[in-house]
Design a protein around this ligand. Structure first.
Ligand SMILES: [Zn+2]
Ligand SMILES: [Zn+2]
Length: 97
């Protein structure tokens, strides 16, 4: 059974709406469908970095033994948008990027 398909060079689907595709343009990652957008202050944050972080938080969540799909949401903190992973079942709530 393969939990993680594709990987490198695959499209990065929007974790928030799960239908749009994430694109990167000039220090901004945005979804082609919903309002998900991340301002990138630092250059090291790009699509590949985000992809890696998403994989990591997914794995950490699985390690908790929770089988529900976590939700992803954007929160405005200190004037900066951050992407959070959230699962009510196992009380996961942490910053992705
Ligand atoms: Zn989206
Ligand atoms: Zn969970």
């Amino acid at each position: 059974m393969t939990l993680c398909q594709g990987a490198e060079n695959a499209k990065l689907w929007c974790p928030v709406c799960k239908q749009g595709e994430l694109r990167e343009t000039h220090n901004l990652i945005h979804c082609t469908l919903c309002k998900m957008r991340l301002d990138l202050e630092e250059d090291k944050v790009n699509l590949d970095f985000l992809r890696e972080r998403l994989a990591n938080v997914h794995m950490e969540h699985l390690d908790r033994g929770c089988t529900l799909s976590p939700k992803f949401c954007l929160h405005d903190m200190f004037g900066l948008n951050a992407l959070y992973i959230r699962c009510d079942e196992c009380s996961t709530f942490e910053v992705v990027v």
